[in-house]
Ligand binder design. Structure first.
Ligand SMILES: Cc1cc2nc3c(=O)[nH]c(=O)nc-3n(C[C@H](O)[C@H](O)[C@H](O)COP(=O)(O)O)c2cc1C
Length: 186
């Protein structure tokens, strides 16, 4: 598939709507909601069965996805700020909860992503950090950028999830609404 060329144009998201997807254990998309389809501009048919990197933006550091996969493959949920690429090359920033789901035997059988518009303040903090990580990756490889990121959060006395939580300060209402969405979408 041809990768869209980034336009540097940002898609304005509705902060009250959720962009949802489910994948198998390899990251192949198995389900999406209507808002995902609307925002990314691929049809549900194009999305389902495709690897989730279909919406990967070249500005995203590999380190973020490395940490994300390391968490979920070890049964740990993680929240990350992600810049995604739409089919026409426009982009959108989301705060994403990546979560594991288990079957009745307790085995992880799928992953889910719950996304909401990233507030401007968060984008303003994260964008230069990601540029730095991307630069480190180009110069010294991904391990160096993962180390930089982990060191950066550790200097603030935090782990990665703690850093994001501090950045986001999610309100009780947001958590309440998101938990509802998490129960309904599967
Ligand atoms: C549930 C789930 C949702 C994901 N959502 C996104 C996403 O919105 N954007 C994205 O770039 N990658 C997403 N990924 C990660 C991709 O699978 C992939 O690791 C990432 O795009 C990096 O691409 P690469 O492995 O080709 O470098 C998701 C993975 C999972 C398991």
């Amino acid at each position: 598939m041809m990768r869209p060329i980034p336009t540097n144009k940002e898609i304005k998201l509705n902060p009250k709507r959720y962009i949802l997807s489910t994948t198998d254990l390899k990251g192949v998309i198995t389900n999406v909601n209507d808002y995902f389809v609307e925002v990314c501009q691929y049809s549900a048919e194009e999305l389902i069965g495709a690897p989730h990197n279909i919406v990967r933006h070249p500005d995203m550091p590999k380190a973020i996805f490395y940490l994300m996969w390391e968490h979920i493959q070890n049964g740990k949920n993680i929240t990350a700020v992600v810049k995604n690429l739409a089919k026409n090359g426009d982009h959108y920033w989301v705060v994403t909860d990546f979560e594991i789901r288990r079957d009745l035997d307790g085995k992880i059988n799928r992953y889910m992503a719950f996304r909401q518009a990233a507030p401007r303040k968060i984008i303003n903090t994260i964008e230069p950090l990601y540029q730095k990580l991307l630069h480190i990756e180009q110069m010294d490889g991904m391990r160096a950028s993962v180390d930089y990121l982990l060191n950066y959060v550790a200097e603030q006395g935090l782990d990665y999830n703690g850093y994001i939580a501090k950045l986001e300060k999610r309100s009780a209402l947001t958590t309440f609404m998101l938990n509802k969405v998490k129960k309904l979408f599967s």
